[in-house]
Design a protein around this ligand. Structure first.
Ligand SMILES: Nc1ncnc2c1ncn2[C@@H]1O[C@H](COP(=O)(O)OP(=O)(O)OP(=O)(O)O)[C@@H](O)[C@H]1O
Length: 199
């Protein structure tokens, strides 16, 4: 994944400019910066949801045989009237059931026993865990994560770090916007990009 001279913004408002980075397989990039500096906007741009204001980035989905990325936004994209399992099955059907079974992914995220519960009854941290389970049921090399540890307890923080480390060990890549520390067994796998709001 490479970005060159990328400028990002929303509604015609320039937020961050001249961003360049290169990310190879097995490495992750943490996006840091104060609220409103454009971390989410950069992720949306890299996901192809918001058009860049300048610069290039790639590779793009269209150049791949298989879907390239997961975008896991800061909202959880959960249907409250569907059960926990039905929510995850929906994503497995949409994105392809190429990874763990839904049941195994839920267990991995600490949600075993909650499969039949309406997802609207989940706590904030449990909802975050359900959203993250999508990463495991469909294998995609690039994870774009917005505040992956938001609302998670200490064990959840460690879980995200472990899942990230396993993803990188399999040759995956990840870009994560976060205000929390993320500690990986191999600190060398982690780079940091500090965003500043454009003047
Ligand atoms: N349509 C729009 N017009 C003008 N400004 C907008 C529009 N949409 C979003 N913004 C502004 O763009 C900025 C978006 O910031 P973004 O969500 O990318 O920041 P962030 O670094 O992820 O912040 P946080 O740390 O709070 O999650 C905010 O200041 C927001 O008010």
């Amino acid at each position: 994944m490479r970005a060159t001279g990328l400028s990002c913004g929303r509604g015609g408002l320039l937020l961050s400019e001249n961003i360049s980075f290169s990310l190879t397989n097995g490495r992750a990039l943490l996006l840091r910066g104060p609220n409103g500096t454009g971390k989410t906007t950069l992720l949306l741009t890299l996901a192809g949801i918001v058009a860049p204001m300048a610069g290039q980035f790639g590779p793009h989905d269209s150049a791949q045989d298989a879907p390239l990325l997961h975008y896991c936004g800061h909202r959880n994209a959960i249907k409250p009237r569907l059960s926990v399992l039905e929510n995850l099955r929906f994503w497995a059907d949409i994105n392809g059931a190429t990874g763990l079974s839904c049941e195994a992914a839920l267990a991995e995220l600490g949600l075993a026993g909650l499969e039949a519960l309406d997802a609207g009854y989940l706590s904030a941290g449990q909802s975050r865990r359900l959203a993250l389970a999508r990463l495991l049921v469909s294998l995609r090399p690039l994870w774009l994560l917005d505040e992956p540890t938001a609302a998670l307890d200490d064990q959840g923080h460690q879980l995200v770090a472990r899942l990230l480390a396993e993803h990188l060990a399999m040759g995956g890549l990840a870009i994560a916007a976060t205000h929390d520390p993320i500690v990986l067994p191999d600190p060398g796998a982690l780079g940091t990009l500090h965003l500043e709001r454009a003047p």
